[in-house]
Structure formats: C-alpha cells, structure tokens
Design a protein around this ligand. Structure first.
Ligand code: FES
Length: 283
C-alpha cells in the first residue's frame, strides 16, 4: 500500500489546506514532487552545484533509514574544511554529531544536510546535561522566547512547542529548514569564520556572536538554541502561517527559520513531513 504522509496545519490555522494541498494527507509521489520543486530553487539560488536530487528522493533503502533519512551535505569547496567533509550524502547519525561535539569548547556541533531535497541544518547541543545549570556563557541549552511577526506584533511563545510531541526538543538535536527568510540563501554552520560562527555560546538568544547559523549572503544570524513562534508567508499563494522556529538575532531577514520534526531510527536521524507548509516561503 502506498505510504501516505500525514500533514498538519500550522498552529492556529483555520484552514485544512496544507502546503497548497487540500486535506491532511499526501501520497509519497506528491511529497517527492513537492520536495523536488523546492530543491530546484535550492540549486538555482545557492549554487551548490549539480546534485542528483532525484536519486536522493527515490529508491533509497528502507533498511538504511528509508527516504526519511537526513544526509550530510558538503558544500562545494568545503570538503577539506568542514568536519563532515568525507561524509557527503551519507546518512546523519547522532553518534557522529556527539563525537564532533566532544571536540568543541561548548559541546555543540552542527552540519549542513539535505532531507528529501530540502536544505537543512542540524545542531547538536548538550541540553539534557545543562538544562538545570545556571544560564552561563559556554553552557548551552535550549531556550524559549516570545515570538513576533515581521511587523513586530507578538504572536506566541516558543514554550508552546513543548505541547507538540513531534516538535518538543529531544535527543539534544534540532533539525532546521535552512532557507533564509530574507532572500532564500542557505545559512550554514560555521562555514565562514567570524564572530557569529565562533565556538562560543551566550544565554538569552542575543546577537553577540557564537554558534549562530550565519547567512553569508547579507549577514543574517540565527540562534538555533532559542525557539520561538514565527510567522511567514506562502510564496505561492500569499497566505500567512505561524510556525515554531529559531530566533533571528540580527541582519536583514524578517523572521527566524522553521524547525523540522524528526525521529531517531537507531542512530539515524529521520525527518518527519508533518509541517511542509512551513517550508513554502521560498520557491
Ligand atoms: S538571503 Fe540571507 S541575509 Fe539575505
């Protein structure tokens, strides 16, 4: 029987239309087509080189994580500089993130990836170990803040994410849809060296540098450890939607980037397609 992906409207939505589709489920073919179209924008916008996106989207071995598995993406020219340089298109594992985090000053690690044709960033942080400690520099944990839309109006609090079993933080991992809400470039994890990508961490979701996701196009910064409610617009139909995402701390982007729900399949990280309408703010 064909697998159906279960979709959900964004929190507070009054419509059952999800990602431009009526109803609440989508078969695999439609999901792949949707992802592939989005990936086409990725190639054109970010000049990541040609990739066999179709091979990512089709025919993967379910024993190896299935088509839900998140894979490392090594940006062209970064093969010798990123820690996952020899893992291009291999499935992301929690153990690899943990091993890399052990080499950092903050106990954090991160990487760029691809999931069903969508660009993603993954961040590991020792939240479970640190969540009861005082909020100090260099002691990272997941934080929750009040969210506003691009006009500055309050729209909800990030702590509400704890009510969602799919999105509630777990396994010390955050999976983030990596399209910059400014002009749709792909922010990265420590892909450039500057104050905003140094291996440091400060509490409060502030824009004072350290372990941000940094968009090299026009210098927007995002704190992946600060979760809040955001709002954005479906580029195709103009409708607005709310979503849980990471905080924009600085730069020209209007809002933060969405979380992607995931589950662990053993050591492999698998994305869940429940909030596809959150990824529609870029073509
Ligand atoms: S596209 Fe990211 S800051 Fe402009």
């Amino acid at each position: 029987m064909a697998r159906e992906f279960r979709l959900r409207p964004a929190p507070g939505s009054t419509t059952s239309k999800v990602g431009g589709h009526d109803g609440v489920s989508l078969d695999r073919r439609s999901f792949m087509k949707y992802s592939f179209n989005t990936a086409g924008g990725l190639i054109a916008t970010a000049s990541l080189g040609s990739i066999g996106f179709a091979s990512l989207l089709m025919g993967q071995d379910s024993a190896g994580g299935g088509d839900a598995g998140v894979r490392y993406w090594v940006p062209k020219g970064q093969e010798d500089t990123v820690w996952y340089g020899d893992l291009h298109l291999q499935e992301m594992t929690k153990s690899s993130l943990v091993a890399q985090a052990a080499t950092s000053a903050t106990g954090m690690s991160g990487a760029q990836g691809v999931w069903n044709g969508l660009p993603v960033n993954i961040v590991y942080l020792p939240h479970e170990e640190n969540k009861t400690k005082p909020p100090l520099e260099g002691v990272p944990r997941i934080q929750y803040g009040g969210g506003t839309n691009a006009a500055g109006s309050y729209i909800g609090h990030g702590e509400e994410v704890l009510q969602d079993p799919l999105l509630s933080p777990h396994d010390n991992i955050l999976l983030i849809f990596s399209r910059c809400p400014h002009l749709c470039c792909i922010p990265g994890w420590q892909l450039v060296a500057n104050d905003f990508t140094a291996d440091t961490w400060l509490p409060g979701g502030v824009d004072s540098g350290g372990n941000k996701l940094f968009c090299i196009c026009h210098s927007s910064r995002y704190d992946p450890t600060m979760l809040e409610m955001n709002e954005n617009r479906n580029r195709a139909n103009g409708s607005t939607f709310k979503y849980f995402g990471i905080r924009l701390t600085g730069g020209p982007a209007p809002v933060g980037m969405p979380l992607i729900p995931f589950k662990m399949n053993g050591d492999i990280i698998e994305g869940l397609p429940d909030y596809m309408d959150w990824y529609t703010f870029c073509d």
